[in-house]
Design a protein around this ligand. Structure first.
Ligand code: GLN
Length: 495
């Protein structure tokens, strides 16, 4: 019984709860027990809110008239949830309990989605491995010596270890898609402005976007629908109807769809198993009726460099609010020191190395005399990337690439080399720069290491449904509902 609950899709759990075959409390308890059993190994969660989750579940059971319910969820610890500890993976916010909930959090609660707890991430979402978390590294359920991706590695690992059927992430440069790719799960970055950033702790505001994580394409679409839509509290929120994502996920029909393979995204090349599974996936989509062509986006080569000017510039500005006066940590305030001394001591101790690196880089890029050369040039590159997307989408319906150049690397392997770490996001960053919709879908295991490979689908702004359509076609063609093989379930779910 418990095994059936843990391996079910969220859609299935919702149906069974609505049909009163299962109670929300039973389902919630099953996942809380699984977390208690395996999270010592995986470390996906920073905070488990057992009491809160069970109270929410009881409320769902009591009202059960709200239509389709979904299974419980793990929330990236970057989202404010009123009264629940929210750290952003940083010492700076240790012990902080937000006085309000993010719009996304509130929509989840309103829809009866039980929130099991807050998941681990790189500090302030800066990283590709969760190794920058101040609270320890999350481990990849496929191989505990490897990273689960980042920054949303906790959310992805929670899905792959069956601690939750659904999770929420944020994607600034790839933090939903790259963890999805390396854990064999689904992750979608909605069109910028498609989901609300209100109450999401800011990293780089012109790039940040909340989105759904799940083990199946339909589950991701159902979750996406719950959180999407206009929010007057976010000034960049788009006031337009939510694209028909759930229909697209159910359909998976790619007949006649024109799919463009981006020539430029490989950097120094993809790992052999990544290239192999990506090419096989293209073959499957072609067999399903899609037309595959090669497309050139010449400025994508400069995306990573431009991102590492724009993103840190916004980081340096956004993180100025941690001034030791208003939030969380305050160091050395013994009555004898000036405000500036306290601020310096607090920021010195409260921020980790990667956060400091980015604040310093961004402050430099924005400084007078350098602004035009760095920040200004990067903004011009950003425009050229958008133009490349526009030109490509005049020829094809979606663009595709591997989600990340390699499978999950070993913990510690890239910590000494920031550039190697940054290269994890070579393929994902262009969509953040242009603000279009993009998702990562499992497309098999690399033969050389047996680890999951992700297939990225990019669609024009507000055409998020095309991302799901291709993802669903792939899921179907691979003959697996979620592509988490029996092997991974066998490993993490007790019969
Ligand atoms: N890994 C990228 C970075 O370190 C992306 C982070 C994110 O999307 N939050 O900036």
């Amino acid at each position: 019984m418990t095994a059936q609950i843990l391996t079910a899709t969220a859609a299935e759990l919702g149906r069974r709860i609505a049909a009163r075959e299962l109670t929300s409390v039973e389902v919630t308890r099953a996942f809380l027990d699984q977390i208690a059993r395996v999270d010592g190994d995986v470390h996906a969660f920073l905070h488990v809110d057992a009491e809160g989750a069970l109270a929410q579940a009881a409320a769902v059971d009591a009202r059960l008239d709200a239509g389709e319910e979904l299974g419980p969820l793990a929330l990236k610890d970057l989202f404010c949830q009123a009264g629940v500890p929210t750290t952003a993976g940083s010492r700076m916010l240790e012990g902080w309990r937000p006085p309000y909930s993010a719009t996304v959090t509130q929509r989840l609660l309103d829809a009866g989605l039980v929130i099991l707890g807050k998941t681990n991430l790189d500090e302030f979402a800066m990283g590709s491995s969760t190794e920058n978390s101040a609270y320890g590294t999350t481990r990849n359920p496929w191989d505990l010596d490897r990273i689960p991706g980042g920054s949303g590695g906790g959310s992805a690992a929670a899905l792959a270890s069956f601690e939750a059927p659904l999770a929420i992430g944020t994607d600034t440069g790839g933090s939903i898609r790259q963890p999805g790719a390396v854990t064999g799960t689904v992750g979608v970055k909605p069109t910028y402005g498609g989901t609300s950033r209100y109450g999401v702790i800011a990293m780089a505001s012109s790039l940040d976007q909340p989105g759904p994580c799940a083990r199946t394409v339909l589950d991701a679409a159902l979750l996406h629908e719950v959180i999407a839509g206009h929010d007057p509290m976010d000034s960049t929120s788009i006031d337009a109807p939510v694209p028909p994502i759930v229909d697209a996920a159910r359909s998976g029909d790619v007949t006649g769809l024109r799919i463009g393979v981006v020539r430029e995204l490989g950097g120094e090349g993809y790992a052999p198993g990544v290239e192999l599974r990506f090419r096989e996936a293209l073959g499957l989509l072609e067999a399903a009726g899609a037309e595959i062509v090669e497309v050139s986006c010449p400025h994508f080569d400069y995306a990573l460099g431009a991102y590492y000017l724009i993103m840190p510039s916004e980081v340096s500005s956004n993180l100025a609010r941690y001034d030791a006066m208003r939030y969380g940590l305050r160091v050395g305030d013994d009555g004898t020191r000036s405000t500036e001394e306290v601020m310096n001591a607090t920021r010195g101790q409260g921020f980790g190395e990667e956060v400091k690196r980015r604040v310093i880089l961004g402050t430099y890029a924005l400084s007078s005399g350098y602004y035009d050369a760095y920040y200004g040039s990067a903004q011009k590159v950003r425009r050229l990337i958008s133009d490349d997307f526009d030109a490509a989408f005049a020829q094809v319906d979606v663009l595709v690439s591997p989600s990340t150049p390699t499978t999950a690397f070993r913990i510690g392997e890239r910590t000494a080399d920031p550039l190697a770490m940054y290269a994890s996001d070579l393929c994902t960053i262009p969509s953040n720069m242009a603000g279009n919709a993009s998702g990562s879908f499992p497309c098999g295991l690399a033969p050389e290491d047996g680890l999951p490979v992700g297939f990225q689908v990019m669609a024009p702004p507000l055409a998020d449904d095309r991302v799901y359509r291709v993802g669903a076609a792939l899921e179907r063609a691979l003959g697996s509902d979620g592509v988490l093989t029996d092997a991974i379930a066998e490993r993490w779910v007790e019969a």
